[in-house]
Design a protein around this ligand. Structure first.
Ligand code: NAD
Ligand code: TYD
Length: 364
């Protein structure tokens, strides 16, 4: 059987590049990778694919209809997987406009191109065609300590501009299913961690700062809870949804791994202590800083639907995934230096420069 082609958008970012690398490693599909290469997208993430004739990289915007139409016409994909997005909550607070442009307008343009393309396909290929839209649990808003985890039926209550833009995109995806019968699938996943995550996000930021002996900035009291999933497990879930998901359905994906931010940072400090005993204890670097405005207190995912209907399970225990992630960052100092250049330093000054130290707790 001939290998299918998938158009992957945002495939030079964190999750997208993990997805593309594993799809190519396993020979699942030929990949056309459309990525704008914003500050978050890096050709270095795709170096492993150098010389792979079945990975075609195209620098461009999902909001460029002429480009997307041309790529669909030329490559005739069997599926589109949409990772392209502005993804960092703190950036959405300081500058929401780009989030609306890519996450909302860009997604609508992509859907419209997909619809045009799908309508022209011969019936057998049209029936097999899928658009998989990768979204987040943040669309559901925040949970109290005793609330049940989010299900696919939880109400949308986004609290940050990022979450609102992803919620708007999810609604558009739903509308293209209901109105035009476009065969779409939506996944809402919890916080990912693992190799190739941009150093501005919690876990890689703490690894970088901890290794360099810089403060570990904890927003507010650090007791906010996230549900963490190793990125490779997320990629496997997405393949399962592409392969077996029912068009028009949404699937929640999570790691059954609720942790407070302080738990995460303390676990990392212990791993750093073991790797660099001369600088122990790293917990002395924990510094509480002023909180993120509108900071969601708790996310938790009920992933029973994807487990029951598609037979997916998270496979990586948190301790193992975290240790693997730390090892990867320590072994890839060159990658970190390449992606954390001048623009990243300016972001650090913008985001952390104005934060006053808050209640001093832990580690001292
Ligand atoms: P990321 O920020 O690391 O990567 C985003 C990628 O999209 C980058 O390569 C960037 O260059 C590209 N991009 C941005 N705007 C574009 C545009 N207009 N056209 C084409 N490419 C564009 O993000 P990530 O963490 O890999 O997240 C990928 C997707 O998964 C996002 O849609 C995000 O909302 C979703 N998600 C992320 C998490 C998480 O914990 N990281 C959890 C759940 C869902
Ligand atoms: P983040 O990685 O930005 O993901 P999200 O906000 O999408 O869940 O942050 C994860 C958690 O860590 C979130 O509660 C905010 C917190 N956090 C800090 O306490 N300090 C930091 O420097 C960062 C980047 C995040």
């Amino acid at each position: 059987m001939q290998m299918p082609t998938w158009l992957v958008t945002g495939g030079a970012g964190f999750i997208g590049s993990n997805f593309v690398r594993s799809a190519r490693r396993e020979g699942l599909a030929r990949i056309v990778n459309l990525d704008k290469l914003t500050y978050a997208g890096h050709p270095e993430n795709l170096e492993e694919l150098g010389g792979d004739g079945d990975h075609v990289f195209v620098r461009g915007d999902i909001g460029d209809a002429a480009l997307v139409d041309a790529l669909l016409r030329e490559h005739q994909p069997a599926a589109i997987v949409n990772f392209a997005a502005e993804s960092h909550v703190d950036r959405s607070i300081l500058g929401p406009a780009e989030f609306i442009q890519t996450n909302v307008v860009g997604t609508q343009v992509l859907l419209q191109c997909a619809l045009r393309y799908w309508k022209e396909l011969e019936p057998r290929r049209a029936q097999a065609f899928r658009v998989l839209h990768v979204s987040t649990d943040e669309v559901y808003g925040t949970l109290g300590a005793n609330d049940a985890p989010f299900t696919e039926d939880s109400q949308y209550r986004p609290n940050s501009p990022y979450a609102a833009s992803k919620a708007a995109a999810d609604h558009l995806v739903r509308a293209y299913s209901q109105t035009f019968s476009l065969p779409v699938l939506t996944t809402n996943c919890s916080n990912n961690y693992g190799p190739y995550q941009h150093p501005e996000k919690l876990i890689p930021l703490m690894i970088g700062n901890g290794t360099a002996g810089r403060p570990l900035p904890v927003y507010g009291d650090g007791l906010q809870i996230r549900d963490w999933l190793y990125v490779q497990d997320h990629c496997e879930a997405l393949c399962r949804v592409l392969e077996r998901g029912v068009p028009g359905e949404t699937y929640n994906i999570g790691g059954d791994c609720e942790r407070t931010n302080l738990d995460i940072i303390s676990s990392l400090c212990r791993l750093l202590d073991a790797a660099h005993p001369q600088s122990a204890p790293h917990a002395r670097l924990i510094t509480h800083v002023s909180d993120r405005p509108g900071h969601d207190r708790r996310y938790a995912i009920d992933a029973s639907k994807i487990k029951r209907e598609l037979g997916w399970q998270p496979r990586t225990a948190f301790g193992e995934g975290l240790a693997r992630t730390l090892d990867w960052y320590e072994a890839h100092a060159g990658w970190v230096a390449a992606v954390a250049g001048g623009a990243h330093q300016r972001w650090i000054e913008t985001n952390y420069g104005g934060r006053s130290p808050a209640v001093e707790r832990g580690g001292r």
